[in-house]
Design a protein around this ligand. Structure first.
Ligand code: ATP
Ligand code: MG
Length: 232
């Protein structure tokens, strides 16, 4: 589903200053991978290579059948529709309600029929437990609710892959747990999920796999439980 083959990534003009170095990694459908590592270790960069927001400097990344060295420009939106992305800072549009935030994403990609949009928005808002709050604006929601709205938005195209960059980083333990509960439900429904985080405890408790980066290299890759098995 996701395969990194000898990926090197450098942002600098000076090559050899690797942010990711010789990353070789395969993620199978249904895995729930927590990516750990100190600040600057390369976690966000790894996620950005999956959506091709960043391109590998060397090596190839293959995601859902698209290869970084062969993909045509016109195919990049198709790849991105297969990867929902959730950011630490939510990135909701402030002057749109939660429904409109989610709907906007669908309209942007050409779905304009009102009934279709309304049903899709209702579906994702139910799935993140926010249907009742659909007409509120982002500032009228708690941090956890905003993050769940951002997850809802990421799910609008029913992506097989969900990437979450520190989804609980700004939240207290309880609201963080609510957000994780949503991710776990998606995991149980079969979504492949990669979470970049500093949260070692949740990684230990919830992940099927824990990947640790240190200065752009994988220093540990642990399979904690088979995917598709229940945790509780
Ligand atoms: N656009 C960029 N241009 C230049 N350097 C960058 C860019 N983005 C990230 N870097 C550098 O790449 C390295 C890895 O950054 P990255 O954001 O992947 O780390 P991270 O593990 O996500 O860290 P954090 O836990 O703080 O989010 C850092 O040294 C960072 O300064
Ligand atoms: Mg980061």
């Amino acid at each position: 589903m996701i395969a990194f083959e000898h990926v090197h990534k450098s942002y600098a003009v000076r090559r050899g200053d690797w942010v990711l170095e010789d990353l070789h990694l395969t993620v199978e459908p249904g895995e729930l991978v927590f990516i750990l590592g100190h600040s600057g270790a390369g976690k966000s960069t790894l996620l950005k290579l999956i959506t091709l927001e960043e391109r590998p400097t060397r090596g190839t990344v293959e995601v859902a059948g698209f290869r970084s060295d062969r993909i045509r420009r016109g195919e990049v939106p198709q790849l991105r529709r297969r990867c929902g992305v959730v950011f630490q800072d939510f990135r909701l549009i402030r002057d749109k309600t939660i429904s409109e935030n989610v709907a906007y994403c669908l309209r942007m990609t050409g779905t304009l029929e009102k009934g279709v949009v309304r049903r899709a928005v209702a579906r994702v808002l139910h799935s993140v437990g926010l249907y009742g709050l659909r007409d509120r604006f982002p500032h009228e929601l708690s941090g956890g609710e905003q993050q769940r709205a951002a997850i809802g938005r990421a799910l609008i195209h029913q992506p097989p892959i969900l990437l979450a960059d520190e989804p609980t980083g700004n939240l207290d333990t309880r609201t963080g747990d609510e957000v994780m509960e949503v991710l776990l439900r998606l995991h149980r429904a079969g979504t492949t999920i990669l979470v970049a985080t500093h949260d070692e405890q949740r990684a230990q408790r919830l992940a099927t796999r824990r990947l640790t980066l240190e200065q752009g290299r994988v220093v540990e890759d642990l399979f904690l439980r088979p995917h598709g098995t229940e945790i509780y």
